[in-house]
Design a protein. Structure first.
Length: 213
């Protein structure tokens, strides 16, 4: 059986992690083994890069935009080389919380980066790997920020990207929607303002009707 690569994307607080957790047992009931992973991160080295890019906060040497972009690319290259491709070769469903579209939305559209260059950098880092399906959980940033504020694990503390302005996160959302228009066959937009159960029902319907799960 061939592997299948699913990525979850969306603004902060859209519920990606919840949906990933709900999808795993559904796939198990379909006799499909899966590997859940995330970006940045996924391997020991990539997780170390994640800690730097999300939590480094030295005001005397802030992370510049170019360094941020390249750190994400370095983490992704490790992740794809040492984990994702192996799991796909073994026939597993790989579910990744964020992937290349995040870099385009955050470092590209929101930070006014060079979209063409970022697409080339992404392609170089992943050696041409493209998700079979991207589930974009769409949510207004103000709603997402409110959800994040209630997370017990954050207790009011946010990482570098979560702490960006509401204007920044509006640009992220619009960047995602632009990508969805550009790649409609791969990216499915799902209204994330509803209950987790309603969102999960949409996701499983997409998998059953369009990908024969």
């Amino acid at each position: 059986m061939e592997g299948f690569f699913i990525t979850f994307e969306g603004p902060e607080g859209a519920g990606k992690t919840t949906q990933v957790k709900m999808l795993e047992p559904w796939l198990a009931a379909k006799q499909r083994s899966c590997r859940i992973t995330r970006e940045p991160g996924g391997t020991p080295l990539a997780e170390k890069i994640r800690n730097v890019v999300k939590h480094y906060n030295d005001s005397s040497e802030p992370v510049c935009d170019k360094a941020e972009l390249l750190l994400f690319a370095a983490s992704r290259a490790q992740h794809v080389h040492h984990l994702i491709r192996r799991e796909l070769r073994e026939g597993h469903v790989v579910i990744c919380d964020r992937f290349t579209d995040s870099t385009l939305a955050y470092q590209g559209y929101a930070r006014n980066g060079d979209i063409e260059f970022i697409e080339s950098l992404n392609n170089y880092a992943v050696e041409g790997l493209v998700p079979d399906l991207t589930l974009l959980l769409d949510l207004p940033p103000a709603n997402g920020r409110m959800r994040i504020s209630y997370r017990p694990e954050t207790s009011g503390m946010h990482d570098r990207l979560e702490a960006e302005s509401l204007t920044f996160h509006e640009k992220v959302r619009q960047g995602y929607l632009t990508l969805a228009q550009k790649y409609p066959e791969r990216i499915r937009v799902i209204d994330a303002a509803r209950t987790p159960e309603a969102i999960h029902a949409d996701i499983t319907r997409i998998l059953e009707e369009h990908y024969e799960f």
